[in-house]
Design a protein around this ligand. Structure first.
Ligand code: GLU
Length: 332
């Protein structure tokens, strides 16, 4: 009887102490994503799911916020408004080096990378009616190049410039990606750019309406030169099987970047360590959460990063023997 009681008491004390541990160290973190029809939004959800499952162990509760996209997320992470964000690899590079949107602010040295995720393609969708078949046909058309704060805004500008199409020669729209399929279907625009992983709900919506559409290849001499000039762009292919209602009959060639998971040097090492560990140790489970993750490996998730790796993530990579996959320049 006494032994039983003692065991019970010990159990109660143990439970209380774990609870007290979770209670005292409980933290809430938010992940900045993108529009709800993109891939960032479910990606934020997938990452939060991995860490929230271990709430008892870490006391971390992650939530997701739909935002304007990469540039917004990087700035929000740097200002401390968000703890984590998803951002394109090219924008991570530009922020860290003080280029593009950061040219006036200068290098963002507090930016930290954690890992990279799915590949993203610059995706150009045009209505058949508009007659657009190649990049050059965009002249004189109404084109959504992306909202301020998004990753695609600079990508569209790069592509247009590379193809010799001055912005002044098109009717520029800057609507959010989430609104673009509706604008195309309502014939308010002729085409839109979206830098996004595949498959996604946005392009499904754009390709399955009354107005028939085509995905336009991002190819040509100018694009070849662009690839040489900017090392963060690489050739990609958009599998047409994801969009059976588009008028294309073959996969579409394009160029793209990688989605990456970023934070600030100011975020607690313990939190970054826990999230990194949960995603990497349960990668097979994570990969099942979205078809765009099918290509992910521990090795390629450590490539395409330009800001130094956060010390919490680095602690895990060291323990897991993954340092060999990381560019030494990113280890501080
Ligand atoms: N690449 C887009 C951006 O940076 C977001 C894509 C998505 O939400 O999946 O704004």
């Amino acid at each position: 009887m006494f032994v039983k009681r003692a065991v019970l008491l010990m159990l109660v004390l143990l439970l209380m102490s774990t609870d007290a541990f979770a209670g005292s160290k409980r933290v809430f973190v938010t992940i900045g994503t993108g529009g709800v029809t993109g891939v960032y939004y479910p990606t934020g959800g997938a990452i939060s799911r991995m860490i929230n499952k271990k709430y008892k162990e870490y006391g971390i509760k992650a939530t997701v916020e739909s935002t304007a996209g990469s540039v917004y997320n990087i700035n929000a992470v740097l200002s401390g408004d968000l703890e984590f964000g998803i951002a394109q690899s090219d924008r991570q590079y530009q922020a860290y080096h003080g280029l593009a949107e950061w040219s006036k602010l200068g290098p963002q040295k507090r930016l930290r990378s954690i890992f990279s995720i799915h590949p993203e393609s610059i995706t150009l969708i045009a209505s058949i009616k508009s007659g657009i078949k190649r990049l050059e046909d965009l002249k004189g058309k109404r084109v959504n190049i992306g909202n301020p704060g998004s990753g695609q805004l600079q990508n569209s500008k790069d592509v247009l410039e590379a193809a010799g199409i001055p912005l002044s020669s098109i009717h520029v729209e800057q609507a959010k990606a989430v609104e673009a399929p509706g604008l195309l279907q309502d014939e308010k625009i002729d085409a839109f750019f979206y830098t996004v992983g595949h498959p996604n709900g946005n392009i499904k919506e754009a390709t399955s309406g009354r107005i028939k559409v085509r995905i336009i290849p991002i190819t040509g001499k100018g694009i070849e030169a662009l690839l040489k000039r900017y090392p963060y762009y690489a050739k990609t292919v958009i599998p047409i099987k994801f969009y059976p209602k588009a008028e294309n009959t073959r996969d579409v060639e394009s160029i793209g970047v990688k989605a990456t998971f970023v934070t600030s040097a100011d975020v607690d090492e313990r939190i970054v360590y826990a999230i990194t560990k949960e995603v990497f140790e349960n990668l097979e489970e994570f990969k099942k959460l979205h078809p765009a993750y099918s290509v992910l490996t521990k090795e390629n998730m450590l490539q395409g990063l330009t800001a130094p790796i956060h010390r919490g993530a680095l602690k895990y990579y060291k323990e897991a023997g993954l340092l060999k996959y990381i560019d030494p320049a990113l280890i501080q």
